[in-house]
Each structure stands twice: as C-alpha cells, then as structure tokens.
Design a protein around this ligand. Structure first.
Ligand SMILES: NC(=O)c1ccc[n+]([C@@H]2O[C@H](COP(=O)([O-])OP(=O)(O)OC[C@H]3O[C@@H](n4cnc5c(N)ncnc54)[C@H](OP(=O)(O)O)[C@@H]3O)[C@@H](O)[C@H]2O)c1
Length: 431
C-alpha cells in the first residue's frame, strides 16, 4: 500500500492531455465541462478531431486547442488520453485499438463498440498498461458501471435488470398516459427529439441489448455477445395492453434483464408487465433505472438521466479523471479478469401475459385452454373488456410461470386456429 502511494504522488501533479474524437452532442458537452473546470483540474483539452472540422470550431475554447480532421493525427499527437465520441463501429474500433497500442488511454461512450469488442479491447488495454473507461456507455449519467465494478465487487451478482432505453420509455409512457397508438406515440417522440428518424435500434431493442451485454460483463462477469440477447420489439403494443395491465396491478416497460441461474445466463430485452408498486413503474420519459441483485447484499437501485449531452459528459469526465490518476503509470487499469464466456439460454420460467385479438365465436377460450393443458401450462386469469366489435375482439389470458420453449410450442399450435384476427402478443410478467 505504502509503495503505491509513493509512486503516485508526483504523478498526481502531472498534466493529463486529452484529445476528443467526435465533436457532436457529447463531444461538445465534454469540451464545455473540461473548459469550465480547466483551473481546478489536471485535465487539459489539447486536440479536437472531427470530419470537416472547420464548421465545428468553437471560439469559446480559446487558442490552445488544435482542431484536426485526420484521426491518425490524434494517434500521432502528444495526447495522453483519447476520448472516442464518434459512435459506430468504424473507424472507432481502429482508433481505440491504435490508441491503446500506441500507449494512450481511452475513454469512450460507444456502447456498440464496447458490447461487440469490449473484451478484446480491455485485454489490449491491460496488456499495454493503459486505462479504458466506458462508464458513459450504459445509462448515460448514472454511474452504474463503476458501482457494479467497484462498489458491489464484494457481492456475487446474480441479476441486473433495468430500463435502459429512454426512447422506448418515452413512447410507452405516452401510450399509457394519452391512450394513443404506438405510431402516434412514435411520431410524437420524433417531433420532441426523443426518437431518431429511423427508430429501429431503440424500439426493436438493439440499443438496450448492447447496453445489457456490457452490464452483464461488468456485473455478472459473463461475456455475452449482443446477438445472444433475446430481443422483442415494442411495436406491437397498443393502448388496450395498458388497460389490461392496469387491471392486473401492473404497467408495461421495455425491460432489460441479465440473469444467472444454474451456470447459464439469460439475457433479454422485451416489453414486460411490471407491478405498479415496483421502481420500474415510476420511471417516466427518458429516465433510466437499474436494479442489481446480489447473492449476499440483495437489491441495489440506480436511477437518473440515461442520456443527453451533459449527463453523458459527466460520465466521460469522471472516467477521464480516473484515467488521469493512471496517467504515466501502468497501474490498476482495465478490469477484465475473471470474465468468462457462458452458455446462454432463453428457456427461463416466467409468468406470462398473452393478448389475443379474435373474430369472436363460442368456444375460443376452451380451445386455447386445451392447448395450454396439453403442454402442462396453467392458466391464471382471463380478462375481457366489453364494448368491442366481434370482428376484432381483444382479450387477455395470464399464465402461471412456464418455460419459454413450451409457450413457443403452444403459440405455434394456436396460430393454426382460424379465429385469430392478429398474431397474439406475449409479454413476461416481472415480479
Ligand atoms: N447523445 C447521448 O445522449 C448519448 C448518451 C450515451 C452515449 N452516447 C454515445 O456517445 C457517442 C457520441 O454520441 P453523440 O450523441 O454525441 O453523437 P453525434 O452528435 O452524432 O456526434 C458524433 C460526432 O462525431 C463525428 N464523427 C462521426 N464519424 C466520424 C469520423 N469518421 N471521423 C470524424 N468525426 C466523425 C460527427 O461528425 P458529423 O457532424 O460530420 O456527423 C459528430 O460531430 C455515441 O457512441 C453515442 O452512442 C450518446
């Protein structure tokens, strides 16, 4: 302990030179934060790199900063840390690799990059004695990754579950509050700047799956690729689902769950029923919440702004300060030890919500019940609101906990019935 302190004291006085690659929403906010604390911090912004950089130049940064558009120039510069804020896989991957190989530390907010190449890049950082910070990749300004990595290191985490995508949360809460359709809520979200023109990544769960893979790596110590995460879209939800959910004492959120059971990992991003009394139900708009469950310490909750320039910049600058502590020394850096690849399964047991829309006639529920009985799945409740047209009558069946594979078989058999006006919608019920 004493030796480590003596080694670090002189380094604590040294300047840490920072180069930003990607001067967009987050890059701009990071520069502003660094600029505002330039007198109290060892961090000095020296380079900003962006394509067609002339249009990006910000007068408020003064003359100390070098503006460049060639990423190689950043690698060749005297910067100690490169902050990758371009997004996407390329050229971000080559830049981060190149930086770590040339003895620079890296901070990134790029979840797609870290979900796909995180293990490899962390190994590379460790091998080269450099720091690789990625706290901004999950939940923006909520310091959940550092809490899982450090604060809860003494526990053995078995589950991490949360609301990780603000766009989905905004859309779902609008359907719930205004009783509007999915398409109307999506248009509203796009007009309010909460959804991209192409919202696929968010609403079909790709964005949350990348974040969940990172959370699983840090929290559960398992290496799972984002493609192994089960994804279900929120596209098929309708206002009627919220009415039925409320009758069941629940609401609906896009839940991301990573869970370890019997040596197998289950990772899923899907719309789910959550009890109105749960912390997930109270998260509105673009907020994020994550609950980790430890074998010894039980549940711990993290909540706050999941995105936005400044909340994300706070996470980036916190990582930069951590990098600065390591600046010039190969100390404790990237955490990758003990992360193992793990068998994944989607066949976990959970209670289920099934919504049917049918062309009404006698005997429909009996037919569905007989298929469920044949597969040993117990029906829990049947809910049907009056007042709907017989040609498109919605009703809901809830099921006691059942295996996903059995339910899949049941749904395949039910799909053969000619009374279905739409494909059934299924959602797990989270306790
Ligand atoms: N925004 C958030 O709330 C948030 C939250 C958490 C994490 N993140 C992550 O943070 C990163 C940045 O997000 P952002 O919202 O700041 O994106 P952004 O506003 O689109 O900024 C990206 C910047 O990088 C530049 N760029 C892209 N490719 C480049 C290349 N090949 N060479 C040089 N410059 C390039 C872009 O230039 P152009 O102007 O020419 O496009 C733009 O200025 C992403 O990985 C994102 O997932 C963002």
């Amino acid at each position: 302990m004493a030796t480590a302190r003596i080694e670090r004291l002189p380094l604590a006085q040294a300047e840490c030179r920072v180069a930003i690659a990607g001067f967009g929403t987050v890059g701009n906010a990071v520069a502003r934060l660094l600029h505002s604390r330039r007198d109290q911090s060892r961090l000095r912004l020296t380079h900003i790199c962006n394509r067609n950089v002339a249009r990006k130049k910000a007068g408020w940064l003064g003359h100390d900063v070098v503006w460049i558009e060639d990423l190689q120039q950043i690698l060749d510069s005297d910067a100690d840390v490169i902050v990758e804020l371009m997004g996407g896989l390329e050229p971000a991957y080559q830049l981060v690799r190149g930086a770590l190989q040339s003895g620079k530390s890296v901070v990134t907010a790029n979840k797609q990059l870290m979900a796909r190449f995180g293990t490899e890049l962390l190994h590379l950082a460790n091998h080269n004695g450099q720091y690789l910070g990625f706290g901004a990749c999950v939940a923006g300004g909520v310091p959940v990754l550092s809490a899982l990595q450090d604060g809860l290191l003494g526990d053995r985490l078995i589950q991490v579950r949360g609301i990780l995508n603000g766009t989905c949360n905004y859309i779902l809460t609008r359907i719930e509050q205004a009783g509007i359709s999915f398409n109307e809520a999506l248009t509203e979200a796009q007009q309010a700047g909460f959804a991209e023109a192409d919202p696929t990544d968010d609403i079909d769960g790709h964005d949350a799956a990348a974040k969940l893979a990172i959370l699983a790596r840090v929290g559960l110590r398992v290496d799972v690729a984002p493609e192994q995460v089960l994804r279900r879209s929120i596209r098929d939800l309708a206002a009627i689902d919220f009415d039925y959910a409320h009758e069941l004492g629940c609401t609906i959120r896009q839940m991301s769950t990573a869970e370890l059971r019997d040596g197998q990992a289950h990772l899923a991003v899907e719309p789910s029923l959550v009890p109105l009394t749960s912390p997930f139900a109270g998260i509105l708009g673009s907020q994020n919440v994550i609950v980790s469950t430890g074998e010894f310490g039980g549940d711990t909750m993290f909540a706050g702004h999941g995105a936005g320039g400044y909340p994300t910049a706070v996470a980036v600058v916190s990582d930069l300060l951590q990098a600065a502590r390591n600046c010039g020394c190969a100390g404790r850096i990237a955490e990758h030890a003990g992360i193992a690849s793990c068998e994944t399964t989607n066949d976990f047991e959970a209670p289920q919500y099934l919504r049917f829309v049918v062309r009404d006639r006698p005997g429909i529920i009996a037919q569905i019940a007989s298929v469920l009985a044949r597969h040993h799945i117990n029906l829990d409740a049947v809910l049907q609101r009056p007042g709907y047209d017989k040609s498109g009558l919605p009703f809901v069946i809830t099921l006691e906990p059942c295996k996903q594979d059995s339910l899949q078989t049941v749904l395949r058999e039910i799909a053969e019935f000619d009374f279905l006006a739409e494909a059934p919608l299924r959602m797990p019920v989270v306790k």
